[in-house]
Design a protein around this ligand. Structure first.
Ligand code: ZN
Ligand code: ZN
Length: 216
């Protein structure tokens, strides 16, 4: 007769001795990849448990995929720090954890003043067997109708509030950075009229144009 599986008990946290850090359930971590020439794996620790005596601690990792690991591959609008929260789980030894990291929401990531090595962001959940994303649509911007890549510099039209890549409006990044006012092609005739209007022209120049910073 097969031996009954020993009951395991959940732990709130565990200490990772080799990095001297306490990991709690729910934390995002960097894990040692099987092939060490690959970047570290990123996972959310969903559960930590141990045997009845508190030994043989294991963690349940829910993997974040990098765009290049997804079926569709990396696309132009994917940010360098973008991850997809997958439906792929594995039981792992806590010894493979090499550090903690932060996976921000897209919104909070775009508001960071500076992005450090262990900052990532996630805006999609990813089905690892079908390659499908949730949500399956996102807002698109610019003439090229692409989702926003937070690594890219964009300028905002003062009239319609759409955002544009400098290259798509025949401008260099340097020109875009020093721009005081911008009206897109569609809005430019009404935009010009507005600038000639004394009320509009007296608005402070810093109200709307906001060249988003390139983060690398
Ligand atoms: Zn564009
Ligand atoms: Zn416009």
């Amino acid at each position: 007769m097969a031996k009954a599986k020993a009951p395991r008990r959940p732990l709130e946290s565990c200490t990772i001795k080799h990095i001297n850090k306490t990991i709690n359930a729910g934390d995002c971590v960097l894990m040692r990849p099987a092939d060490q020439s690959n970047p570290q794996y990123v996972a959310r620790i969903e559960r930590i448990d141990a045997d009845a005596r508190g030994g043989n601690v294991k963690v349940l990792a829910r993997w974040y995929y990098r765009p290049e690991e997804s079926i569709g591959g990396r696309r132009q609008f994917h940010g360098s720090k973008e991850l997809f929260l997958s439906d792929h789980y594995d039981v792992q030894s806590p010894d493979t954890i090499e550090g903690k990291c932060t996976v921000h929401s897209f919104k909070s990531y775009t508001k960071l003043d500076s992005v450090v090595n262990d900052d990532f962001f996630c805006r999609f959940e990813y089905n690892s067997s079908t390659g499908a994303f949730n949500p399956d649509r996102v807002a698109v911007y610019c003439k090229c109708e692409m989702p926003y890549n937070p690594d890219d510099l964009m300028v905002q039209c003062e009239d319609c509030s759409d955002w544009f890549h400098p290259a798509c409006i025949e401008m260099t990044a340097e020109e875009a950075k020093i721009l005081d006012h911008f009206f897109c092609e569609t809005c430019s005739s009404s935009g010009q009229k507005k600038l000639q209007n004394s009320h509009a022209a007296s608005r402070p120049s810093d109200t709307k144009v906001d060249a988003k910073r390139r983060r690398r």
